[in-house]
Design a protein around this ligand. Structure first.
Ligand SMILES: [Zn+2]
Length: 182
C-alpha cells in the first residue's frame, strides 16, 4: 500500500462514517413526525397561551363555556368535518350534527369513540359528563343523554373549541358554478 492509497482509504472511511451519521440523524428526525398524527399533543400552559386566542384558551384549557346562541357553528349546516381548535384532530362529522335547540353545536356521536374522552364533571352543583379532545385534552363541552336515535346522546360542543374543514364536494360545486358562468 503506498501513501496515496492509505489516504484514499482513510478518506472513504470518513465519507462512509459521515453518510451513516447523516442517515441515522434523518431517520431519527422523521420518526416522531410520522407518528405525530395519532400521538397525543402535550403543551405547557404558556405554549397554549401562545398558540390560542384568549377565548380559545379560556374554553379549551380552562373549561369555560361560550354564551348560548353566539357560536359560529351553532347554525352551521355545511358538509364537512369539525376539528379540534387546539390540535386539529378530526372530531365530528356534519352527518351527525343536528339542531338541539340548546344554542350550541350538537352531535349525536363523534367520528370515532377514541377521538373524544369523557370525564365526570361535578362543578356548578351538577353531575355532568365532560367531553375532551383525546389528542390534546382540550375541553370541548358536555355530553347528555337526551340526544336523538340511534345513540340517544347529545355531544354539546362549544364552537370556539372547533374548526371546520368543508368536504371536497363543496369545492366541486364551486368550480362547476364557475364553468357555468363562463
Ligand atoms: Zn385537540
Amino acid at each position: 500500500m503506498n501513501r496515496s492509497t492509505v489516504k484514499l482509504s482513510y478518506l472513504s472511511a470518513a465519507v462512509l462514517f459521515f453518510l451513516l451519521t447523516v442517515h441515522s440523524t434523518v431517520a431519527q428526525e422523521n420518526r416522531p413526525k410520522s407518528e405525530s398524527t395519532s400521538e397525543s399533543v402535550v403543551k405547557s400552559e404558556e405554549e397554549w397561551r401562545g398558540c390560542l386566542t384568549p377565548e380559545e384558551f379560556r374554553i379549551l384549557r380552562e373549561k369555560g363555556t361560550e354564551m348560548a346562541f353566539t357560536g359560529k357553528y351553532n347554525k352551521h349546516n355545511e358538509k364537512g368535518v369539525y376539528t379540534c381548535a387546539g390540535c386539529g384532530a378530526e372530531l365530528f362529522s356534519s352527518e351527525t350534527k343536528y339542531d338541539s335547540g340548546s344554542g350550541w353545536p350538537s352531535f349525536w356521536k363523534p367520528i370515532s369513540d377514541e377521538k373524544v374522552d369523557t370525564e365526570t364533571d361535578n362543578s356548578l352543583f351538577m353531575k355532568r359528563t365532560e367531553i375532551l379532545c383525546s389528542r390534546c385534552g382540550g375541553h370541548l363541552g358536555h355530553m347528555f343523554e337526551d340526544g336523538p336515535r340511534p345513540t340517544g346522546l347529545r355531544y354539546c360542543v362549544n364552537s370556539v373549541s372547533l374548526g371546520f374543514e368543508p368536504q371536497e364536494v363543496e369545492v366541486e360545486t364551486v368550480s362547476k358554478e364557475k364553468e357555468d358562468s363562463k
